[in-house]
Design a protein around this ligand. Sequence first.
Ligand SMILES: CCCCC/C=C\C/C=C\C/C=C\CCCCC(=O)SCCNC(=O)CCNC(=O)[C@H](O)C(C)(C)COP(=O)(O)OP(=O)(O)OC[C@H]1O[C@@H](n2cnc3c(N)ncnc32)[C@H](O)[C@@H]1OP(=O)(O)O
Ligand SMILES: Cc1cc2nc3c(=O)[nH]c(=O)nc-3n(C[C@H](O)[C@H](O)[C@H](O)COP(=O)(O)OP(=O)(O)OC[C@H]3O[C@@H](n4cnc5c(N)ncnc54)[C@H](O)[C@@H]3O)c2cc1C
Length: 685
Amino acid sequence: MPSVDEELVSLSEYYFSILYTVIMANINPDLQKERQNGTFEVEKLTNVLDGDKFVTDRRRYVESLALNEKELTDGPDYNFMSRKERYVNSLRKAVHFLKCCNKYNFENPADVYMFERTAFPNEVSPIGLHSAMFIPTLRGQGTKEQIEKWVPLAENHQIIGTYVQTELGHGTFIRGLETTATYDPKTEEFILNSPTLTSTKWWPGGLGKTCNYAVVMALLYTDGKNYGMHPFIVQLRSLDTHEALPGLAIGDIGPKFGYDTIDNGFLRFNHYRIPRMNMLMKSAQVLEDGTYIKSTKNDKSSYGAMVFIRSVMIFGVAARGLAQACTIAIRYSAVRRQSELKKSQPEPQILDYQTQQYKLFPLLASAYAMWFTGLQIRDLYFTVNYDIQQGDTERLPELHALSSGLKSITTSMASWGIERCRLACGGHGYSAASGLPKIYVNVSPACTYEGENTVMLLQCARYLMKAYDAAKNGQKLSGSVDYLSERISLRSSITSEFSLASLVDAYKHRAARMTKEASERLGRLQACGNDPEDAWNLNSVVLTKVAEAHCHYYMVLVFESIVESVEDDGVKEVLKQLCQLFALFGIHENLGDFIQDGFLSNEQMVLVKQKELSLLSDIRRNAVLLVDAFDISDHLLGSILGRFDGNVYENLFEWAKTSPLNKPEVQESYVKYLWPLLNQNKSKL
Ligand SMILES: CCCCC/C=C\C/C=C\C/C=C\CCCCC(=O)SCCNC(=O)CCNC(=O)[C@H](O)C(C)(C)COP(=O)(O)OP(=O)(O)OC[C@H]1O[C@@H](n2cnc3c(N)ncnc32)[C@H](O)[C@@H]1OP(=O)(O)O
Ligand SMILES: Cc1cc2nc3c(=O)[nH]c(=O)nc-3n(C[C@H](O)[C@H](O)[C@H](O)COP(=O)(O)OP(=O)(O)OC[C@H]3O[C@@H](n4cnc5c(N)ncnc54)[C@H](O)[C@@H]3O)c2cc1C
């Protein structure tokens, strides 16, 4: 007998197939042709992207639950709302979302995440930080007793919290934060204080108007000594009136580049007291008498929430953001016809222009590379985190380096790529109807939050320099830096076959050579009199490139391993083409790195450029199916240009008619401003 879940899944498959048939009946003919001409089965590739068929079915089922919730999907068009309306609407949806979580009683956090993603398409909910950072920090940094006390309150939403770290004066440099938590043994309380204007907490999501609790990062003082940054649970607002508690000044920081649905806020403490036990004490304790005791080996374990978000952002923000933009731009390029290739022939689909393919297909390949890498790092996070829970922090530095570096290169690639997709859609790309502006403003801050991208690359480089030194001293390295202690090939093995192994090898060579040279340069800078910090700074542009090279290598390596693991021939072939294009585009873009020491010969360079162009033609045939395989619903895309049915023009026209500026026919502003202007000289007409 099938389980309830199995029944639901087959029901959702059934509805999906009906929906698919209905939609196909009304598909733009160009898109229909694209979908008939492919060389592989889309569904099989979707299963690879999801992990397996079961995950695909489950995801569709969970998404269908969210799509059936009218409270989440109906309502005013986001594009026509004011900032305040966007916040209020999002909070309304957030509360309904919580009711749904109770109703459906999801046991797996992945279900909650998929449901939330559908409820908040390219938006962040005002309570998003509650589950993304507040609860994980309570769990990660609390003692058993603290977890037992606070987590149920948070999970039952009796309290709603956020993560409060950044200040007006400092975000990157955590040791420069100024908020103090001074222990008072007489009352067994901590006194939180903002001693300067620059110590005002600034940016935390949901702080402005929504949350009544927070984990606050502050400098711990006890017995007159500063022990650095520690996490504290702080009540911010009355649970009855929601007013800020005495001793606190809280508010919204005002409009931003995007993120309209969330109230990023400020917070000032005026000698605000909290009980001793509100310090999260898993890594360090303050006893009743003020004695400070450190209980974990790695003093960066309190940075765990940041490592978590960086690890999940690669897939959740960068890969999915770029995949959505590619879906929009490629579908639109298949239905848009413009100019002429040959006289007296119909105007071609713009996707047939090689230049259009060169704009879009490397981005498509990057989206796939990020997608697979993101899933890999998410899994690595859970493995390492499990070890940490058992007291083993050995792999934390590697996870920190990889998640920092990959968070940086993928969010940079994605935000650059989304803008490129917008430009590739010509004029209509600039309309909010394209959905691309909303995707862009949702992805672009990821280059800054959870560690500014340059700073994160330098964290990764720091790890690479240490690893290289260890390898030089004879240590055998493992994990993602194992290649630094291997003998690497001096000449590229790339041939006209373009085996994936030869491409991985090229990236490995580049990363290893650049790491070695950066390390030697660092040594030379110190040898000629610079102290280590100045030498580091004078070498930092080079170091960011080293980190990029390492992360790029890692992405090619992961992509190759996925291609190798796929059994279906059709899917394997298209993924191989994408993997080759990702690698070759990267070589072309960074050619100097690959030819500098003669690794790549002139002949090989010519081959690379030829193959890159021939791959465009290969991928052209499957381009629409390759974006269909991401299986991103129209609701999530929020794009008229990227609609699954390709019926762009009629829907653009209908959408424009709903613009509030079109109602009423004659606007008040005409009467107030234009009429007087137009009529001032009327008598002279
Ligand atoms: C459930 C699925 C969800 C999916 C959805 C996906 C995501 C979306 C979710 C939410 C998004 C919505 C909203 C956005 C939220 C944004 C929240 C924030 O931005 S919170 C604030 C984040 N702030 C930062 O990231 C600050 C960046 N700065 C730092 O991290 C650090 O200060 C530093 C730059 C790394 C330097 O730290 P410090 O000065 O203390 O240390 P050093 O002396 O330089 O280094 C000492 C040593 O420690 C290592 N290290 C540093 N950080 C870590 C770490 N996190 N973990 C492990 N190790 C770390 C460092 O490398 C040094 O090592 P060593 O060389 O060996 O000495
Ligand atoms: C949308 C959004 C949401 C956010 N949400 C939260 C939240 O929920 N909670 C929270 O606590 N914070 C939050 N933040 C704050 C965010 O984490 C910080 O803005 C981020 O860590 C960057 O720090 P910063 O603003 O101090 O940048 P800065 O460090 O001032 O960066 C400015 C420039 O200085 C350079 N720079 C700085 N230090 C170095 C260095 N050591 N080496 C080389 N270059 C350097 C950077 O590369 C950058 O070019 C959010 C920010 C945004 C934009």
